[in-house]
Design a protein around this ligand. Structure first.
Ligand SMILES: *Cc1c(COP(=O)(O)O)cnc(C)c1O
Length: 242
């Protein structure tokens, strides 16, 4: 328990130092706890310590932790690959944002299910900036067209973009991913599409959050640095076929 709080405190230091370097303010950067495989008990420690955003990759895990986390106010984001047959369960878990929308069919189905419940939902468009086949996300040069297609769906509010940077020790290659997401955001803002907000850039994880902050991230998604190593490889979460 103490470890999680210590880790959160050293993470805050990392964010502060990155912000000084980037001439930004720490308040500009939201911290989303990436809580896949993390127990509800451990998530609660972080929430009680003042954190307010969690992100899950699997609907099943959202369901399992739902009751235990109910008592603590927080925002739930979905950051994993969403299967169409899980939409109903997802909406039952009261998520406030789905960060992983990368195709129109999924958006349309989500919109229909929301309409039936008379509910709205924030979404980010996931962009594949590393061009790895194993990663989900729309290709950067197709993002604008996808957003134009999704924008008219009334129950969905596009709020920004999300990406997973290249997992690499070559920091310039990682930086290229984040620059590409930023450029994509700029192009979409210039297109001035009705009903589209581009305020959020969700990028940066345990290994690369400093680079992401330098390149304009407004939300970092951090798991390992706070909660420790996971037993499953991330490919299990990022690619169903893995
Ligand atoms: C697991 C995960 C993270 C956090 O990764 P860490 O390296 O553990 O900080 C961020 N975003 C997504 C989409 C994830 O699946």
């Amino acid at each position: 328990m103490q470890q999680i709080i210590e880790n959160l405190n050293s993470l805050k230091k990392r964010i502060e130092i990155a912000c000084i370097k980037a001439q930004r303010k720490p308040e500009e950067i939201k911290l989303l706890l990436a809580t896949k495989t993390v127990s509800a008990e451990n998530i609660k420690i972080a929430l009680k310590h003042g954190e307010s955003y969690i992100g899950e990759n699997k609907v099943q895990e959202l369901k399992e932790k739902f009751e235990a986390l109910k008592e603590l106010q927080h925002h739930k984001h979905f950051i994993g690959h969403l299967q169409k047959n899980k939409i109903k369960d997802l909406l039952n878990c009261q998520v406030s944002c789905v960060q992983s929308i990368d195709n129109f069919e999924l958006a349309k189905m989500l919109d229909e299910k929301l309409k039936a419940r008379d509910k709205k939902l924030d979404i980010y468009i996931q962009v594949n900036t590393s061009f790895e086949k194993s990663k989900f996300g729309v290709q950067p040069d197709e993002a604008l067209a996808l957003i134009e297609q999704i924008a008219p769906l009334e129950q969905l509010q596009i709020k920004g973009l999300m990406t997973i940077g290249l997992l690499s020790t070559q920091s310039e290659k990682v930086r290229d991913c984040f620059k590409l997401l930023k450029n994509t955001q700029v192009r979409i803002i210039q297109a001035a599409i009705p009903n589209v907000l581009m305020e959020e850039l969700s990028m940066g994880m345990s290994q690369d959050l400093e680079i992401a902050i330098e390149e304009g991230s407004t939300m970092i998604r951090v798991g390992t640095f706070i909660f420790g190593q996971r037993i499953y490889p991330d490919a299990y979460y990022w690619n169903e076929n893995a």
